[in-house]
Design a protein around this ligand. Structure first.
Ligand SMILES: Nc1ncnc2c1ncn2[C@@H]1O[C@H](COP(=O)(O)OP(=O)(O)OP(=O)(O)O)[C@@H](O)[C@H]1O
Ligand SMILES: O=P(O)(O)OC[C@H]1O[C@H](OP(=O)(O)OP(=O)(O)O)[C@H](O)[C@@H]1O
Ligand SMILES: [Mg+2]
Length: 284
């Protein structure tokens, strides 16, 4: 039975469970449930703190888990990223009061840095050959550390930037990391755990269903090649004859965020009756 770790709290918990539910797995109804068996799918879910998930997976206690790329890298675990999941996207960045005029990691020598991700930050500083006083490890609300005098600089998760703005801080330098939720698995396993391939395909199916739409259109036979070049699909688009033998019907998957650009391009080429449908589920 495949053992899967799922975040029990924080910003990863709800979208991770929603994605697993979408992939056809049973998910808990009561947030106090810590273990949930799904015998139909031959899996067992363990609801754990997001920060601990890579530790359990690295130790081999559970076969796979959902966590943040930033948390994985900060865990020091040997677990590895198996599949990016496209939610909880954020950047991990340095920030300081704008008046300090800091421009990049090279300016950080000798400065006190506060963060909830000390391993990630220490690795980044080492990669750039920068030496600082010991990193100040905080649990959260890191943005306040400068005002309260325990640090000169912070390194933290930034999504919209509104928390930083409210604290009067500004990011500087390049992002340390671009993070998102990821499925992790043990890095040192000789063979992949049985059942991980099914979980992976199901999650990929959810991602594709979220990211793609189905596009149908009619096009004169003479223009099929031009139209198909605009909608190459994942493998190859379906082209079927229409009752009017001078026209064909085409069906292809198109990236959701390109829907309108593609419809405009198809119309310009001469396609008509262009229809877009949501995909509910998919197995590539
Ligand atoms: N505002 C945000 N936008 C996107 N991702 C975020 C945001 N805040 C945290 N994350 C991501 O969530 C993961 C951290 O989850 P964790 O549960 O430890 O903290 P949290 O979501 O901030 O919850 P809490 O602070 O309530 O404990 C990381 O992968 C981080 O990148
Ligand atoms: O760029 P933003 O959109 O403002 O989001 C980033 C903030 O969100 C998270 O904080 P959270 O609310 O989880 O509080 P925490 O610092 O206590 O973890 C993160 O730690 C940042 O502080
Ligand atoms: Mg937080």
């Amino acid at each position: 039975m495949l053992r899967i770790a799922v975040p029990n709290k924080g910003s990863l918990a709800e979208p991770a469970s929603a994605m697993l539910r979408e992939a056809g797995y049973k998910q808990r109804r009561d947030t106090r449930e810590l273990v949930l068996a799904d015998p139909t799918n031959d899996v067992e879910f363990f609801f754990l703190r997001p920060r601990d998930i890579a530790v359990y997976v690295g130790a081999g206690t559970v076969h796979a888990g959902i966590t943040g790329r930033d948390l994985l890298l900060d865990s020091g675990s040997t677990a590895v990223e198996h599949l990016p999941l496209g939610f909880a996207r954020s950047t991990f960045r340095f920030a300081a009061p704008p008046a300090d005029g800091l421009t990049g990691v090279g300016d950080l020598g000798g400065r006190r840095i506060a963060t909830s991700y000390p391993i990630l930050v220490a690795q980044h500083l080492a990669d750039h050959g920068v030496t600082t006083p010991p990193i100040v490890r905080l649990d959260g609300a890191v943005e306040t550390a400068i005002q309260l005098g325990v640090a000169d600089v912070i390194a933290d998760v930034v999504e919209t930037g509104s928390t930083l703005r409210a604290a009067g801080l500004e990011v500087f330098g390049n992002p340390i990391l671009r993070s998102e939720a990821v499925l992790v698995r043990a890095g040192d396993a000789e063979t992949l755990p049985p059942g991980l391939d099914v979980l992976t395909r199901r999650l990929q199916g959810v991602l594709v269903a979220q990211q793609y739409v189905l596009m149908d259109y009619d096009v004169p036979n003479a223009l099929v090649e031009q139209a198909v070049a605009i909608t190459p699909g994942l493998e190859s688009p379906t082209v079927s004859p229409l009752h009017n033998s001078e026209w064909s019907a085409v069906r292809a998957m198109v990236r959701q965020d390109e829907t309108n650009r593609v419809m405009d391009a198809l119309y310009d080429v001469g396609a008509r009756a262009i229809l877009v449908t949501q995909i509910h589920a998919c197995r590539l």
